[in-house]
Design a protein around this ligand. Structure first.
Ligand SMILES: CC(C)(COP(=O)(O)OP(=O)(O)OC[C@H]1O[C@@H](n2cnc3c(N)ncnc32)[C@H](O)[C@@H]1OP(=O)(O)O)[C@@H](O)C(=O)NCCC(=O)NCCS
Length: 137
């Protein structure tokens, strides 16, 4: 987030503090372990280079790639795998809130705006997006 999402945080320490506050190991462990979530990793040569987390309603909460693996297909592969999991669970509409940084990525992947951008308390914006999946989508 620090290295990639500069378009969002612009190096503002207040934003970074707010963003990183809940990114603790305990929080990640709990979210990964929860039955309500699906967590996937992308690997390259045995190393984890990406991480995606979705709840069972098809809401993608997290999609991260390691800066040294950027634009190598990790997020595309994770997104496709999460959509596949959602489809298998009967979900027909994916949802997420994009950063400014990832807006083009999701748009190119077929996601459309799903309401107005939401301003977070730290001042950055989330862009609600959606994509129908499955037969007839
Ligand atoms: C933008 C980002 C999501 C792309 O993921 P990635 O694993 O680096 O890249 P991938 O190889 O999987 O996807 C490449 C696609 O991203 C898009 N893309 C290319 N350059 C881009 C850029 N500068 N900014 C945004 N998207 C870009 C294109 O659609 C590209 O597809 P193409 O090569 O067919 O044109 C990632 O680099 C990033 O910045 N992540 C930051 C964390 C974040 O914001 N996560 C989303 C939270 S909701």
């Amino acid at each position: 987030m620090i290295e990639l999402c500069t378009e969002d945080h612009r190096g503002d320490p207040k934003v970074l503090t707010w963003w990183l506050e809940n990114k603790t190991a305990a929080n990640f462990e709990a979210r990964i372990a929860s039955d309500r979530n699906v967590a996937l990793v992308a690997e390259r040569e045995g190393q984890i280079v990406g991480f995606g987390l979705m709840d069972r309603s098809g809401f993608i909460a997290l999609l991260y790639v390691s800066p040294d693996a950027r634009f190598c297909g990790a997020s595309k592969a994770l997104l496709a795998a999460l959509e596949e999991e959602a489809l298998a669970a009967g979900v027909r509409e994916m949802k997420l809130e994009s950063t400014n940084t990832a807006l083009r990525f999701y748009t190119d992947a077929g996601y459309s705006p799903d309401g107005d951008p939401r301003r977070e308390p730290c001042g950055t914006y989330c862009h609600p997006m959606t994509r129908r999946i499955g037969p007839g989508a």
